[in-house]
Structures are given as C-alpha cells and as structure tokens.
Design a protein around this ligand. Sequence first.
Ligand code: UD1
Length: 439
Amino acid sequence: MKSKVVSMDHYVIRGGNVLRGEVEIGGAKNAALAILAAAIMTDETVTIENMPDVRDTNVLLDAMAGIGVHIERVDRHTVKINGSMVQNVNIEYELIKKIRASYYLIGALLGKYREAEVPLPGGCNIGSRPIDQHLKGFRAIGADVKIDHGSIVATAEKLIGAHMYMDVVSVGATINVMMAASMAEGKTIIENAAKEPHVVDVANFLNSMGADIKGAGTDVIRIRGVEKLHGATYSIIPDQIEAGTFMFAAAVTKGDILVKDVIPKHLESITAKLLEMGCEVEELDDAVRVRYTGELHSTQIKTLPYPGFPTDMQPQAGITLALSEGVSTITESIFENRFRYVDEIIRMGADIKVEGNTAIITGVKGLTGAHISSPDLRAGAALVLAALSADGVSVVDDIHLIERGYEDFDVKLRALGGLIERVSDEEEIQKFRLRTQAI
Ligand code: UD1
C-alpha cells in the first residue's frame, strides 16, 4: 500500500446555504492511530472495524507495512493486521514525519520486542509538542531511552511495572506508556492520566487482546502486565471531534443537523457551549440534533483536558463566536499556537484580537468569502465552516491538512446542502463560480 502524494487541491465554497439533514460520523482518528499501532503487539491477526479512511491512518498503515506488518483491507473501514512478521523495529523517516502519532509505535514495539527506534515525530504545527512524559514513562518501567541522530531509541532487557506520576495530562504519553506497560512484568500505576474517550478506547482494545488494564477514564490507570496478547476483533468509537465540527456547522450556517452514530456523553462539553450560545441541542441514544433557533450569543470558553472543552474544537467554536452577538473570549490552555486561523478569518471580516493565549472575539453580523489557507487540521475545518456561512465564494488552500482527519468532508457537507467542491485548478474554480451563481 502506497501513501497518496499530497494533493494541491482546494475547496471552493459558496457560502450562504443553510445546512440541513443527517450526517454519519466515522471512527475516531485519534483512537484509530493508537489502536493500529497496538494491533502489532500480538502475533495473531487483529481485525479493526469502523476505521476512518483518512490520511493519518493511511500513512501509519504504510509505515507499519514498511516494517513488515501484514495489512489486509477488508473494506473501506475494516482492516486486518498481522504483526507476526515484523522484520525490524526501525521506522522510515519520510513516513513518520508526516504524522505525530507514529510515536505510538515506540510503546507498541518496546512492549512486544523490548526495543524500538522511531524518528522524532512531526504532525500539526500547533505549538511546541514535547514528548518528555512519554520518555519519562518508558524509563520508569525500565527502558533505556536516548535520542540518537533524530530518532528515539528505546531498549530494555526487562520491562518492570512501576508507579509513576505524569507531570502534565497527556493523551499521547498516557496511551504510549499504557501500551508498553501492558506487556511489562508486574503492576504499573499511572497517576494524573489523561481521561479522553480515546484513552478508554485503547484500554478496551488492549483488554480485548488479553491485557489487564483498569481505571482508564479516571486519572489513575492500573495495569497488570501480561506475557502475551492475542488476536481480537474491535470496533473503534465514533470521532468526537468530527461530530463536534458538524454540530458547530449547524450553528454557524443557521441550520438543523442530526449528527448520527455518536456517543452523546463524549460531546457534553460541546453541547454545553452550543446551548449557552442559544442553539437547541437534542440528545438521542446515538445521535445529537443541533438546531439554530435565532441569534447566537457570546460565551466564554477555556480549553482543558477531557471532560473539559477540547482544544481540537477551539477553532470551530472560535469562528462560530465570531458570528455571535457580543464579546466572547477563548482561552487556549493546551497548545500555544492554535489561533492561526484568526488572521485568515479577520480577512473574511471577523473582529478578533489575540492577547497571549486568549482570543477576544467581538461578534459581527456576517463574513465575506476570501481566498484563505488552512493552517492546520482543525483550523482548516473551522475555516471551511466560516466559508460556508460567508457571503460569496471562498477558496481554501492546503486542504491535505484537513484530509488528515476528516473523511469525505466535502461530500458530507454537500449532502447537507453546502455548496462546496474539491477542485484542482483555476478553471474548475471559475466553472464552480458560474454554476453556483445561478442557484
Ligand atoms: C492528542 C491529539 C490531539 C489533541 C491533543 C490534546 C492524537 C494523535 N492527537 O495529541 O489532536 O489536540 O491530544 O487533546 O491523539 N505535553 C508535554 N510533554 C509530553 C506530552 C505532552 O509537555 O510528553 C504537553 C503538550 O505540549 C500539551 C499537553 O501536554 O500542552 C497535552 O498534549 P497531549 O495530550 O500529549 O497531546 P497529543 O497526545 O500530542
């Protein structure tokens, strides 16, 4: 399987249509990345269902194939993985630098083979992203970890369970250490663990392979190491952030969207903010319906680890508040570089000032279409929502960043009534302009 060449495609969008209807949410990208890596920890075959077909998961699968993992695509959202033939534990740099989550291969390989060599990760440019807590955790269970020529080299004669305290709440470090510790000797306790739904999903997956992990979803995780893991069939949880993005799409386009195949509990912090902004949100068993019912109001948001408001929803909330009456503030407390959408949306007519890690947003009546570029995955998705609500045509560049984490984003938005197309040149943009003018 080869990764696709990064496309030079754009989205062209004519704003103004109200988004209405139903949308199905796919499997959680951030859970999938960890689960794919963890799947190689057994020599038996693992079947993973509800896999999102997005660039990040496809690149990770390529990296895994590169070290000899056997990968069979059963259908678009199901993959069989067999890690019995891993020939080396050294991952190719070109693949790894594209996605940060390839660092999960360190935890998986270290747990299974007691050694791993993985280049330092790339990923979204949303601020400094240290991995000291991952390394601290690996060292606590007995690994020798060093940085050598741009790679993390981890080796251990024995991995021995330990009691550790994470200095910051980190999703990645919690999952990575949980993976390695599940095959260590004895008991590991991770204090101040991340509680995100995908931490729980990875723990459930490892347990389905025979691991013994308790407490995932609380801030203390207890892991009793096992000697071997076995094959399993596992279905990934729905993507909280994809769901939240469509919830805000309803608000910002004055629409009415039934967001299906979700776990409403995972969306509570997002629901709470939409209610404060004056939307109607109805929670069903496995769906939420978000309805615009009149002018949106200002509110205050601070990003926090789960169950707080997710940093990955901050840009989508920001562009919605840009169109909400009054003055709102957003405080970003997880990543310092997450306001890169602000300059772009100011060019569309928003009134936002960023001071330190706080954005002060004064609501405006409307935005106007512009040629904008996607600074990172979530900011890009937020700008697409802004363009859908704006007057006139927008062109969004660098959409390969959006496609890292959204499957068929344009297709899903179109099905809801959005005038959006994926185009590759100026001629196609002109055709879109002419065609949609008449609508
Ligand atoms: C994951 C998500 C990302 C999301 C983020 C926070 C994946 C692939 N990505 O990223 O979409 O925005 O959680 O919910 O799942 N930190 C340290 N030392 C470390 C690790 C992290 O100081 O060793 C800091 C980070 O700089 C950041 C905070 O801890 O300020 C949280 O980061 P973390 O939860 O680790 O984020 P990721 O796992 O990288």
